[in-house]
Design a protein. Sequence first.
Length: 256
Amino acid sequence: MFMDFTNDIQAFLLIFSRVVSVLWLLPVFSSRAVSVPFKAGVSLLIAYLLFDSIGVDRSFSNDPYLLSLFVMKEVLIGLAIGFSVRILFIAVNIAGEIISIQAGFSFARFMDPLSMTQTTVIEHLKSLLAMMLFLAMDAHHILVKAIVVSFRDVPIGSVTIQQSFFQYFISATGRIFMTGFKIGAPIIVTLMFVEVALGMLSRMIPQINIFIEGVPLKILVTVTMFSLSLGVIVPVIVNMFKGMDGEILRLFRLMV
């Protein structure tokens, strides 16, 4: 009886390790505004709900070193899943950062209470927009489903790291800038034309201080274009989140 209880505790630890690793990298849960006990509590709840439906190989039960290896494998799987979702939000942040640099918002940064980092207004707005769309389209349900499916496609202790696994994350990281440019393209392109127009104006009227006079104009153009281009930006972000489940399944195939 005691041996069975010990095996159950070890199996639960492995399930919990994967779940908490996924949740710890999500934009909502990674925020310092969310307390550690709450993060651990949600992870424990999900792991408890999954415990009876997941078969666990008990070959590690008498070997603490093998158990530690299994835990590290589960943490790696969880971090890989969490990072594949985190990349999508990083792309949105990069779009906001590029626009902020062009428009001059980068000179006025403030402390983001969620991430505890210096951010700009546009970057923060795009981040909140992505978060609202993520929750509105029930993408968090897709993520929970992906956690459940991960135990079927990548059973506990069966992960194998191959070269294609690292190549996937290299290519996914490279796509961050392309995706970020797609999200911010309407504003980025418009600001580029504004820069060209201001450059031509400075050549025609050298007495004008373009740096001083151009910043309010670029801010006005940015705010106006941000409002007008929401109909283009929102579908791009939504399609990005819709393809999240396919990317996660592809990641599973690279780990077995």
